[in-house]
Write a protein that binds this ligand. Structure first.
Ligand code: AP5
Length: 219
């Protein structure tokens, strides 16, 4: 199964991407996580992305597309994948479509997580992230068992630099301007499945699972 997760910052894409990839045995490919791992390791890619990420802007298409297509060609992505955070522009969407058409395995579903902007902002201001395994937590809705420590790998939890309120609001504006047009494209392709993202995390997962099953069912 080949699935894209769409939705503004704070919609819960990362949270759900881990759960859906585990549930369906799919490769999890998160462009934000790949960039953050490169930043942590101070690679050329990380240094190139840093200024854009700090400002809450999108990294240029050519850089992101090259990175994602290389990742998609790895063996674990062959049976299927969950793409979190890509594509984010029409240019990226067309590049992905071309690459998948060439490989003979088009997308099965695009899940669009819907959430009011103010709820997304509130979530991100209370988010903590594990820099080692990339799991996310929330002071209100999903606190770790031990304050400041990742339940999964024991890493020290951090507040992301781009989760400052002004940057969060800018990232949401960028989403509305550059990424929302993808909804129409995927709707026209018959791939778009809206998923209500407000509510208990487990309930959101079940709605997303149903959407994935609907996407995978023969037309
Ligand atoms: P990226 O890391 O992809 O960030 P994002 O899209 O802004 O998404 P977030 O990670 O902020 O939110 P999320 O939807 O994953 O929410 P989460 O599950 O964490 O990208 C970062 C940057 O990298 C970009 O700004 C850009 O610079 C660059 N980049 C990445 N991809 C790119 C691309 N394709 N092109 C160009 N540039 C790119 O949840 C948020 C919080 O809510 C957490 O605290 C969580 O615990 C909590 N939560 C989750 N679900 C619920 C729930 N149901 N109820 C209550 N709380 C919940």
């Amino acid at each position: 199964m080949r699935v894209v997760l769409l939705g503004p910052p704070g919609a819960g894409k990362g949270t759900q991407a881990h759960r859906l990839a585990d549930r369906f045995g799919l490769a999890l490919i998160s462009t934000g996580d790949i960039f953050r791992a490169n930043l942590r390791d101070r690679t050329a890619l990380g240094m190139e992305a840093k200024g854009y990420m700090d400002a809450g802007d999108l990294v240029p298409d050519d850089v992101v597309v090259r990175m994602v297509l290389a990742r998609l060609s790895e063996p674990d992505a062959e049976p299927g994948f969950v793409l979190d955070g890509f594509p984010r522009t029409l240019g990226q969407a067309w590049s992905l479509e071309d690459a998948l058409a060439e490989a003979g395995g088009p997308l099965d579903a695009v899940l669009k997580f819907t959430i009011p902007d103010d709820v997304a902002v509130h979530r991100l201001l209370g988010r903590f992230t594990c820099p080692s395994c990339q799991r996310t937590y929330n002071v209100e809705s999903n606190p770790p068992r031990t304050a400041g420590v990742c339940d999964v790998c024991g890493g020290r939890l951090m507040h992301r630099d781009d989760d400052a309120e002004a940057t969060v609001r800018h990232r949401i504006e960028v989403y509305h301007r550059d990424t929302e047009p993808l909804e129409r494209l995927y709707d026209e392709r018959g791939l778009l499945h809206p998923v209500e993202a407000v509510g208990d995390v487990d309930d959101v997962t079940e709605r997303a699972v149903e959407a994935m099953k609907a996407g995978a069912a023969p037309a």
